[in-house]
Design a binder for this molecule. Sequence first.
Ligand code: HEM
Length: 151
Amino acid sequence: MLTNLHRSAALLAFLFIATFMVSTLIAELFLSHASVAEVKQAIVSALFVLVPLLMMTGGSGFALARGRVAALINAKRRRMPLIALNGLLVLVPLAVFLNLKAAQGEFDSIFYGAQGIELIAGALNLWLIGLNARDGLRQRTWSSAAAVTSD
Ligand code: HEM
């Protein structure tokens, strides 16, 4: 049950961030400023789902890991605060700032500088979340292998 919640929240969070990045790139490269502004607004609205999803992923992960000592789990424990800090201190403020700038039609060098930082920070979080997903799946494989061996 808790594992299902953890896996689903983790997958959805990953898909949300990947969608933010792909839609940003498509809008910036191929679409109008009005479309960019719509994407920025949609991202800010979607944050109300993404932030709880990440909290659920972290909370259920720490609950699943309680009392367990394993290198893969420890690596996940260490990455989670980085994911949360990068999200809350960099990605959320930048998403709000970019939305305000786009809504006012201010597509200046500050907008594009902030946009560049957002894409890099988003890619970093996607990478860290991907590593946590990989280690979660590896840990699962190892746990089931250990259960089979101990039978
Ligand atoms: C965004 C961050 C995270 C992602 C994307 C993620 C992803 C995953 C995935 C895909 C699984 C495999 C689930 C399954 O199909 O059985 C998993 C399992 C697990 N995760 Fe995470 N996780 C994250 C954060 C954490 C954190 C912070 C912890 C706490 C240390 C944690 C602890 C665990 C544990 C203990 C398991 C179960 C391993 C087993 O079945 O033995 N996860 N995680």
